[in-house]
Design a protein around this ligand. Structure first.
Ligand code: ADP
Ligand code: MG
Ligand code: MG
Length: 885
């Protein structure tokens, strides 16, 4: 049959389908591969994944071709083992195992010892000279088959076993002798007959087809469907079925079963790591019935454990196994996760696959394997999941430290933080200035909380999802954040709060784990990230192999410094409005906004000029000649307005304007839809003096730093939210005139660039024309996503989850770029921009600049750089290298 593939027992196949995971599944492909390189794999055969699809689509029946294929498969195994399926003297027993392309919990559990019945069990007892083993195997088979194929509750069997042990005065299964197992088999059969209304199937072929059908049925089980949905596995892949000759780890003290990794999956250490059990079968090792033993003497001694390791107890079989580990690593060029059995001293391999590992282990193994000559740098770069680096970039909770768990929210921004609870941004800032570590706890955050979020070590919100303001800003700042913790309720009047059922007050210490969403009382010790060693090595390789530059989105000196430490090669987005929220200047900002006329605005702007100049001065100094893109004011002005009577009164006093007047002006600024309102370059068009002040601050600072350092400073001035060429033309005029004036005053001329963000569909469409005015484009994919999808990011939380669950969007389009939709606008704008200006500089500065899938797309489109928040810079460096390979 074209759908059945033999392995082991001298089967040789040059059919490439026999080793193709899409056809025979991961387990089947690797069993064939291992047999092919001469390892001891019990003979068997694999029914292809294609049969699963036709079985489930076509009335759940097996055709004659498949029946013939399975018969030939059984004949192959019989020939290889010298036993016969259903034979009463020398019976062949098999396991029936599922195996999809990727390993998938939710699929049918393996059935072992299939082929036993009331007659063959006697043959097995005689042939092995071990009746206890034969009856033990039979009772295991009935229970497994009843559970996974017949759907009978396994507790019934477990209870019967417990009662049998009690009746005999035994504590452990090992005390059960042949006659006790035999008696239990009778009880098991009675349980089945009772539950099923007919006896346990004695016909071995009926047993086999029942198990094969159950594997295919399990592909459609609810568990499997849920897992597929969560992991983007297509439903039409199907699973393969592996039928394999049994080998027995439960034949006595020279038999055993175990699982092993060729390197330590937690640390990456090059040391075999595993567990085994003497006289045991199948899943006993992981089932927790008996405590498994260490594989190596080294691990046993390090743990101070008594029971002998396999290395000590079965030196010959262990030596053979260790040789297999070496061979498999060389063959697969990766760490392997292995299942094996020893039958009367003889080793058999039952499974191998690339082992799952922590981020830390992935990094260490990749770097070690290059040093060992096993893989090249490019392979090492591909091996490490960029997102997993996130785990390594933040301090993490010491896993050994005790925890007093309060509640759980969403893991919105990774990292761990402890500190005193503060309930508003001002208190956060004040206490942080005194040197206290604080955790800002809010119902939800808004743009005015930014300074408090910056001052805090961590952020906790009661409302809001993974893309809420708090989550996005916290990720950008690298602050740990737990959002949407509904167990948190805050009473601002008494400045107290409840987390779960615990009463707390402002000033109490809590700990957040932003990687898990856990909230703990008190302070849990953390361990610092390590950015040197293997991490540094992999980053050097990544830098060597990538084409795109990696910049950062940053505006504070702290973030700029951190981003440089993480390897940022410039600033792709410096958001000037964040500087406006600073406590020392907010009143001048408010005065400017609420001024009645241009003269009033200019008076307020004059106060802001030196402050902005100082900001840019610091940034240019830190960035030391690296490119810095500064975006002129973007958000709607009302975001800066005073909130509440107290703030209005304060402002009134500071600037000497009556409260009523201020409130009326504030009311005039109200907008129905600020995202599409008076913001971005529209501010520059209506109040050019604002952009003029900002441009002046930029050029004065650039001249000063150039004079002091002798280094070239090349500012890139970016105009936001442009839709038409004319907008850019007008505002470029403002910038150019200001530059000329400053250069004349300073007696120094600097190179600079004026460019624009592409964040409106019209701008993307008109990119060819806009490029006549713009020296660079930076794709502002946050707004471009909002405006293309017609979805407001701030309101998306209510429905986006349902959209992703129902597969309308594969992933949150604000996290991972909607490549097929928004991506078209990006590539079209890049093309049209280049057609007008061949050397136009292209970059991306939305959140997507730190997302590996989006970065791969940017490489395809040929962008010059991506810009990511500081903590995402290493992720972007690695992802850019992977994209280029
Ligand atoms: P899973 O995918 O859940 O690991 P497997 O099909 O690998 O399921 O089977 C689980 C365990 O059953 C194996 O690790 C092995 O110990 C045991 N097993 C499977 N097939 C055989 C066999 N032919 N002989 C002995 N033990 C087997
Ligand atoms: Mg397995
Ligand atoms: Mg924008």
């Amino acid at each position: 049959s074209a759908y059945v593939f033999h392995f082991g027992g001298g089967a040789s196949s040059d059919n490439p389908r026999a080793r193709d995971k899409t056809i025979v599944g991961g387990k089947g492909a690797n069993l064939a591969e291992m047999a092919g390189i001469g390892l001891p794999v019990p003979a068997g055969f694999t029914i292809s994944t294609e049969v699963c699809a036709s079985y489930n689509a076509g009335g759940k029946t097996f055709d004659d071709g498949l029946r013939a294929g399975v018969a030939a498969g059984i004949a192959h195994v019989e020939a290889a083992t010298g036993r016969r399926f259903g034979d009463t003297a020398n019976p062949l027993l098999v396991s029936v195992r599922s195996g999809a392309r990727v390993s998938m919990p939710g699929m049918m559990d393996t059935v072992l010892n299939l082929g036993l019945n009331d007659a063959t069990v006697l043959g097995l007892a005689d042939g092995s000279g071990n009746p206890r083993f034969a009856w033990d195997s039979y009772r295991r088979f009935i229970q497994m088959y009843a559970d996974v194929v017949l759907g009978i509750d396994h507790h019934l069997f477990e209870d019967a076993l417990e009662i049998a042990k009690e009746d005999n005065g035994f504590y452990n299964d090992v005390e059960m002798e042949a006659e006790h197992w035999q008696a239990l088999v009778s009880e098991y059969k009675a349980i089945v007959a009772e539950a099923l209304g007919r006896p346990f199937p004695q016909d071995v072929h009926e047993q086999l087809w029942g198990a094969i059908g159950a594997v295919f049925d399990s592909w459609e089980s609810e568990r499997a469907k849920v897992y597929r949905r969560l992991n983007d596995i297509p439903g039409d892949w199907g699973t393969a079925v592996n039928v394999q000759a049994m080998v027995f780890g439960n034949m006595g003290d020279t038999s055993a079963t175990g699982v092993a990794f060729t390197r330590d999956p937690a640390t990456g250490e090059k040391a075999y790591y595993g567990e085994w059990l003497v006289n045991a079968q199948g899943e006993d090792v992981v089932a927790g019935i008996r405590t498994p033993q260490y594989l190596t003497k080294f691990a046993r001694e390090r743990a101070g454990a008594k029971p002998l390791s396999m290395e000590e107890a079965m030196p010959a079989a262990y030596a053979e196994l260790a040789a297999v580990f070496e061979l498999l690593e060389k063959h697969y060029k990766d760490m392997q996760d292995i299942e094996f059995t020893v039958e009367r001293g003889q080793l058999f391999m039952l499974q191998t696959r690339s082992g799952k590992r922590t981020a830390k282990a992935a990094l260490k193994m990749a770097v070690d394997m290059v040093a060992e000559g096993l893989i090249d740098e490019a392979t090492a770069i591909r091996r490490v999941d960029p997102m997993a680096l996130d785990q390594l970039l933040h301090p993490t909770l010491d896993p050994k430290a005790p925890r007093d768990h309060l509640a759980k929210g969403l893991p919105a921004s990774p990292g761990a933080a402890s500190g005193a609870i503060v309930l508003d941004a001002e208190t956060a800032e004040k206490r942080a200035e005194r040197g206290d570590a604080v955790i800002l706890v809010r119902v939800e955050t808004s743009p005015e909380d930014i300074h408090g979020m910056h001052a805090a070590k961590g952020i906790l919100t009661a409302r809001g999802g993974m893309t809420s303001h708090a989550a996005v800003v916290a990720r950008g700042m690298g602050r740990p954040c737990v959002s949407g913790a509904s167990a948190v309720s805050i009473d601002m009047a008494s400045r107290t709060l409840k987390i779960g059922n615990r009463d707390l007050k402002e000033g109490d210490i809590i700990t957040l784990d932003g990687a898990t969403g856990d909230i703990m009382a008190g302070s849990v010790p953390t361990i610092e990230p390590e950015l040197v060693g293997d991490f540094g090595t992999l980053m050097v390789w990544a830098d060597k192999h990538r084409r795109m530059r990696v910049r950062t989105n940053a505006e504070t000196p702290l973030d700029c410094r951190m981003a440089r430490q993480f390897g940022a090669e410039g600033i792709g987005l410096c958001r000037t409005e964040h500087m406006f929220f600073d406590a020392s200047r907010i009143s001048a900002v408010r005065q400017m906004i609420l001024a009645d006329d241009e003269a009033g605005r200019r008076a307020a702007l004059a106060k802001l000029l030196p402050e902005q100049r100082a900001d840019f001065h610091a940034i240019f100094e830190i960035m030391a000649g690296l490119p810095v893109t500064i975006r002129l004011l973007d958000p709607p002005l009302h975001e800066f307005l005073p909130q509440g009577d107290e703030e209005f009164a304060d402002l009134s006093e500071t600037i000497g304007v009556g409260v009523d007047h201020l409130k009326r002006r504030a009311g005039e600024l109200h907008e129905f839809n600020p995202m599409l309102g008076h913001r971005g370059c529209r501010l520059g068009i209506t109040f050019p003096e604002i952009y003029e002040m900002q441009a002046r601050a930029i050029f004065e600072a650039a001249c000063d730093v150039a004079a002091a350092s002798g280094e070239a400073v090349v500012p890139e001035v970016m105009i936001p939210l442009v839709a038409t060429k004319r907008e850019l033309e007008i505002l470029k005029g403002v910038v150019d005139r200001t530059a000329a004036a400053v250069f004349a005053e300073k007696g120094r001329v600097l190179d600079y660039m004026v460019g624009t963000m592409i964040e409106l569909p019209r701008a993307a469409l008109m990119a060819g024309e806009i490029a006549t005015e713009a020296k660079f484009f930076s794709f502002g994919t946050n707004d471009l996503t909002q405006t293309t999808l017609g979805v407001s990011r701030d309101d998306a939380a209510r429905f986006l989850g349902a959209y992703v669950d129902q597969g309308i969007y594969a992933r949150d389009p604000f996290v991972s770029l909607d490549i097929e939709g928004v991506g078209q606008l990006v590539s079209l704008a890049a093309e049209r921009g280049r057609a007008t200006r061949a050397d136009i500089k292209l970059g991306i500065c939305g959140e997507h600049g730190g997302d590996p899938a989006s970065i791969a797309f940017c490489e395809k489109v040929g962008l010059d750089y991506v810009s990511a928040s500081p903590y995402r810079v290493p992720i972007a460096r690695l992802a850019a290298a992977q994209a280029a390979l």
